[in-house]
Design a protein around this ligand. Structure first.
Ligand code: GLN
Length: 479
């Protein structure tokens, strides 16, 4: 494979168009790479020869998080409860990629129903980080991120409800974009928390993120919350950041940021200034309550969305139950993992009549306050920036015993999800983890106002050119 897997998709499409590279050869090379998966990144892989499609992405394979329905292809959401399920239809995002000529390379591993920050909640085992296989890739789109970073896919799609694209992108040293809520159709994306879930790209660079977003965004009659991005998305080309104003939220000076992550973040702020941008603190007073609000709202919506898995309509059914109720109960008891059950219980409790106002109602008010904080910041600034994650990739098993510590990984990503605004994570450098060890990628998060994706991608692109991050583990890692 060698050099081929270091090409960005944008570069590969050019070579394919000019016939320097055969589409079938390119697809086959990626099929072979995916077949050698040692990271547990894939739950299913396409077989057979790569038929040549037509369109701007002809011959380009794509890895798809296994939470997108794909007709006739197993779709599990990494849950036992969906074992054996083959959807009768395909998610709009995947269909759009196919219509552009792209081919399904495989379905990637994730935290069960996208609930998690480390990919350790998968019923099919954790994904390993290609930079250090004793560490997590981040979650929940960990399979997609590890596949791209580990040379097992040229690019991938994932979903982000509270950080699940941005956080694994950061921990694996690639680019991850959560678009504005409504930019991409959610049709066929298995629902976790419907008011937050968004599809987005995980790619080697910002240009590929723009290319992928342009293909999948758009209004879709099958999802009434989808509106698309006016005018589509073009390849970014901005040089320098003259005149652009970047806000650093004062309240997000979170104690638990690893010193190495803080150092890379501060060095990136200096780069912004060298490129002509300005950096200043701005108040985002309610953002620090994002985690509390998110972990009421997301479980509340999940408890309702997951009510449909009853052993009748989808996937597995427990055998040997005496009656219907017993069958529901034992299917759900055996089919769902511990984190999913925890969320269903939390969510059901928060929505119960005696507590609805105290928890769900209150959390919704906090959500509005956070959105208003961003509106106020964007009156004076073009972007809000934070580290993507408080730490670099942590060790497998390190946080599984402490759900609250796990939830804190989302401290920087959840506020943007609650506000519905777009945010991108780009790799900004490497840092030695607390406790020592080989240096690992650090993500830099940039958020922008709703539907300002083009501007966001331009700024991320300019910064990316300056940073010059090499997205393969190569000599630094053991992958
Ligand atoms: N880590 C968060 C959670 O567990 C976010 C997950 C996501 O964005 N899907 O809910």
């Amino acid at each position: 494979m060698g050099e081929l897997h270091e090409l960005t998709v944008a570069a590969a499409t050019k070579r394919i168009a000019s016939r320097e590279l055969g589409a079938a050869e390119y697809v086959d090379a990626w099929r072979q790479a995916a077949a050698g998966d040692e990271l547990n990144a894939y739950l299913w892989r396409a077989e057979g020869g790569g038929a040549e499609g037509e369109g701007p992405l002809a011959g380009i394979p794509v890895a798809v998080k296994d939470i997108f329905c794909t007709e006739g292809v197993p779709t599990t959401a990494a849950s036992r409860i969906l074992e054996g399920y083959r959807p009768p239809y395909t998610a709009t995002a995947v269909r759009r990629l196919r219509e552009a000529g792209a081919q399904l390379l495989g379905k990637t591993n994730l935290d069960e129903f996208a609930m998690g920050s480390s990919n350790e909640n998968s019923a099919f085992g954790p994904v390993l980080n290609p930079w250090d296989r004793s560490r997590v890739p981040g979650g929940s789109s960990g399979g997609s991120a590890a596949a791209v970073a580990g040379g097992l896919a040229p690019w991938a799609i994932g979903t982000d409800t509270g950080g699940s694209i941005r956080q694994p992108a950061a921990l694996c040293g690639i680019v991850g974009l959560k678009p504005t809520y409504g930019a991409i159709s959610r049709y066929g994306m298995i629902a976790f928390a419907s008011s937050l879930d968004q599809c987005g790209p995980l790619t080697r660079d910002v240009t590929d993120a723009a290319l992928l977003l342009d293909v999948v965004q758009g209004r879709d009659g099958c999802d009434s919350t989808s509106v698309g991005i006016d005018g589509g998305i073009e390849a970014p080309s901005l040089e320098g950041l003259e005149g652009l104003r970047f806000a650093v939220p004062a309240e997000l000076a979170h104690d638990a940021i690893e010193p190495g992550v803080r150092a890379v973040f501060e060095a990136t702020l200096e780069r912004i200034e060298q490129l002509g941008g300005s950096v200043a603190e701005a108040p985002l007073p309610h953002a620090e309550h994002g985690i509390s609000a998110y972990y009421v709202i997301a479980p509340a919506e999940a408890s309702s969305n997951l009510a449909r898995y009853d052993g009748v309509r989808y996937g597995m059914r427990s055998e040997g139950a005496g009656d219907l109720i017993e069958m529901y109960e034992s299917t759900r008891a055996n089919g769902f993992g511990a984190e999913v059950k925890r969320r269903i219980m939390l969510g059901t409790y928060a929505l119960s009549s005696g507590y609805y106002e105290a928890y769900y109602g209150r959390a919704q008010k906090v959500r509005t306050k956070i959105a208003e904080d961003f509106d106020a910041a964007f009156a004076d600034f073009d972007f809000v920036v934070t580290p993507t994650s408080p730490s670099v990739a942590f060790g497998l098993g390190e946080k599984t015993g402490d759900p609250l510590a796990m939830y804190m990984n989302d401290f920087f990503t959840v506020p943007m999800s609650l506000a519905g605004i777009p945010a991108i994570s780009i790799p900004a450098g490497l840092s030695e983890p607390d406790g020592g060890g080989p240096r690992l990628p650090v993500g830099f998060q940039i958020a922008a106002p709703a539907f300002a994706e083009q501007r966001l991608l331009e700024a991320a692109y300019a910064l990316e050119q300056d940073i010059g991050f090499e997205p393969s583990p190569g000599e630094e890692g053991d992958g």
